[in-house]
Design a protein around this ligand. Structure first.
Ligand SMILES: [Zn+2]
Length: 512
C-alpha cells in the first residue's frame, strides 16, 4: 500500500459529461491531481521546525550519484525452497450478486498444527467484521470444534481435545457478506466490487509469540496505517458463481479462472491470500511475456492507459525476474482502483484511477512509479513473506527501492527526478524498523518505513558495493521464499556476500 487520501469525495469525470462541464471537471481534476500527486509522492508537509521524535539521517546524500552503467552482477546459483509443508487449505464457495453487493459463502479450512506444541484452541481472523454488519455467520463447526467466542475480528475456537503437532482438523463455516459501500479493497462503489481479506483465516502460529494476529491500526485522520494482517503461505480452491447478469461482468482474481458464464473456479498454491475485483465496466488488455500473462483491467476513461500500463508492468516483471528470480505464476493483474490509494494483493495489484487518469506516457508520472512498486510486491509480499505489522520495512522499503531500480534500468535520465520527488522533497525522518503502531499515524509511518527505508538500502548498497548488494538481495529473496523473513534473515544474506561492517548504517536507521 502506498498512500491513502482523505479526498474521498472528489469529482470524477463521467463519460456522459460534455462540453463545458468536461472542461470544468478537467480543471477541477487538474487541481485534484496536484493535490493527489502531493499526497502520493511528494512532501508529507511535515513542518521543518516541528517536533521530531526520531533523528534524521543527516549524513545521507540527498541526491546520490547514480551508477552510470547500472550493470548487475552475474546471477548466482540459488534454488527456490520446496513448497511449505502441511499448508492450510482454504476451500471457498462464493455466490455473489454484483448488483446487490451480497455474497453467500461456504468455507472449509483444513488445518494442520505445524507448531511443536499442542493447541487447545485455534484463532480465526475475520476481517469483514472491521465493517459493521458486513459479516453474518450462519454456522461454524468442525470435527473438533467444541465452542467459540468472538472478540472484534477474532474468533477463538475451542477444540474438544488439543490438536497435537502435525494433527489435522477441519473447520466449516457458512456466512453471508454484505459488502459495505466503501472506496477500498473491501467494498463496492458504483463501478466496482472488491473482495480482499473477505474470508476467515487462521494466522501464522509462532512458537514464541503465539498467533501473529493484530487488529488494524487507524490513525487520527481515519487512515489505516500499514498492514495488520499476516498470512501463512496457504493453498486455495475457490469457486465463484455470479448470480446476476454474469454476461456483463468481468472478474479480476488472484489466479486464472476456469469456467464460463458466471461460474468460475480457481486454484492458487503457496499464496498469502485470494482476492477478487469485480466490475461490469472493465476494459481488459494483456500481453504474454516469458510465459506470464500481464493483464490490465481499467474503466472506460483509462483504456489507453490500460494498454500502456501493461508495457510498464512487463518491463518491471522482467527486471524483478532478473534481479530476484522469475515470477512463479502464470498471471498477474493490474486493476484500476475506484479509490485513491494503491494496494498489492496476491497475484493482483490495484492502482488508483487518479494515477491512471493522469498518465501522459512520460516517465515522470505516478503510474511509472507505482506500477513497479506494486508489482515488486509479487516477490516482497507474495513470495517472500514477512510480518507486515511488526517489520513492514521488509516489504515496503524493498518495494519502494524497486521503484528506484526500475528508473535506474529503464529511465536513467529520470533517476534524479525520482529521488527528488520521492525522497528529497518529503525529507523523511524516522526509524526504518518502525511498526504500524508508530506514533503519529500514516505519514510518519510512510516516511520512516518506505522513504527512510530507501535511504537505508541505498547506503547499504554504497557500503557493500554493487555486486555484493545484488547478490545478497537475490540470496535473501531465494532463501526466504515461502517463509516469513525477519531482519535476521536480511542481515544473514548480506553477511554471506560482504565483509563490510553494516553496523553504522543499521545504527543510523534502526531503533532496535
Ligand atoms: Zn507497497
Amino acid at each position: 500500500m502506498v498512500a491513502r487520501s482523505s479526498l474521498q469525495n472528489e469529482p470524477k469525470i463521467s463519460s456522459q459529461l460534455t462540453g463545458k462541464i468536461v472542461l470544468r471537471m478537467k480543471a477541477i481534476k487538474r487541481i485534484f491531481f496536484i493535490i493527489l500527486i502531493l499526497l502520493l509522492i511528494t512532501s508529507c508537509g511535515k513542518p521543518a521546525a516541528g517536533p521530531t521524535p526520531v533523528p534524521t539521517a543527516t549524513d545521507t546524500p540527498e541526491l546520490p550519484t547514480p551508477t552510470p552503467e547500472a550493470t548487475l552482477p552475474e546471477p548466482v546459483t540459488l534454488q527456490l525452497p520446496p513448497p511449505p509443508e502441511h499448508p492450510t487449505l482454504y476451500k471457498l464457495d462464493l455466490i455473489f450478486d454484483y448488483y446487490s453487493h451480497f455474497a453467500s459463502v461456504t468455507q472449509q479450512i483444513i488445518y494442520t498444527n505445524k507448531s511443536q506444541q499442542a493447541l487447545d484452541e485455534l484463532l480465526l481472523l475475520v476481517p469483514p467484521r472491521n465493517f459493521e454488519n458486513s459479516y453474518d455467520q450462519y454456522s461454524l463447526s468442525g470435527d473438533r470444534v467444541e465452542s467459540f467466542r468472538e472478540e472484534g475480528i477474532f474468533t477463538w475456537v475451542k477444540l474438544t481435545s488439543p490438536l497435537q503437532p502435525l494433527e489435522l482438523t477441519h473447520i466449516n463455516l457458512s456466512f453471508r457478506l454484505y459488502l459495505p459501500e466503501h472506496q477500498g479493497i473491501y467494498g463496492y462503489t458504483n463501478q466496482q466490487a472488491n473482495l480482499s481479506d473477505w474470508y476467515p483465516f487462521i494466522p501464522p502460529f509462532d512458537e514464541k509469540d503465539g498467533w501473529l494476529a493484530y487488529p488494524r491500526v487507524v490513525d487520527q485522520d481515519n487512515i489505516i496505517v500499514g498492514e495488520s494482517i499476516v498470512n501463512e503461505f496457504s493453498n486455495f480452491e475457490v469457486n465463484l458463481t455470479l448470480t446476476s447478469h454474469p454476461e456483463l461482468i468481468e472478474v479480476a482474481a488472484s489466479a486464472p479462472a476456469q469456467g464460463a458464464d458466471g461460474k468460475y473456479s480457481y486454484r492458487l498454491e503457496k499464496a498469502r491470500g485470494f482476492s477478487f475485483s469485480i466490475s461490469d465496466s472493465y476494459f481488459e488488455h494483456e500481453i504474454v511475456q516469458d510465459g506470464v500473462t500481464i493483464r490490465s483491467y481499467v474503466f472506460m476513461n483509462e483504456i489507453e492507459q490500460g494498454k500502456q500500463v501493461v508495457d510498464i508492468g512487463a518491463r518491471a516483471m522482467k527486471l524483478f525476474g532478473e534481479l530476484w528470480y522469475p515470477y512463479q505464476r502464470e498471471l498477474v493483474s493490474i486493476v484500476v482502483g475506484d479509490f485513491l490509494h494503491n494496494m498489492e494483493m496476491d497475484g493482483l495489484v490495484m492502482i488508483s484511477y487518479g494515477i491512471f487518469d493522469f498518465y501522459n506516457g512520460n516517465p515522470d508520472t505516478d503510474l511509472t512509479i507505482m506500477t513497479p512498486h506494486e508489482l515488486s510486491h509479487m516477490w516482497f509480499y507474495g513470495s517472500i513473506g514477512n510480518n507486515h505489522a511488526l517489520e513492514p520495512w521488509l516489504d515496503e522499503a524493498l518495494a519502494t527501492y524497486s521503484e528506484y531500480l526500475y528508473y535506474e534500468r529503464h529511465h536513467p535520465d529520470f533517476l534524479d527526478w525520482w529521488w527528488r520527488v520521492r525522497i528529497a522533497k518529503p525529507a523523511p525522518v524516522g526509524y526504518v524498523d518502525s511498526d504500524i503502531w508508530i506514533e503519529g499515524g500514516y505519514t510518519p509511518y510512510r516516511d520512516a518505513v518506505y522513504l527512510q527505508g530507501v535511504k537505508f538500502l541505498h547506503e547499504i548498497r554504497q557500503t557493500v558495493g554493487e555486486g555484493a548488494f545484488f547478490d545478497a538481495l537475490k540470496d535473501y529473496a531465494y532463501t526466504n521464499t515461502y517463509r516469513l523473513a525477519t531482519r535476521t534473515d536480511f542481515e544473514a544474506a548480506f553477511a554471506r556476500h560482504s565483509n563490510a561492517d553494516l553496523t553504522p548504517v543499521f545504527t543510523r536507521y534502526f531503533q532496535k
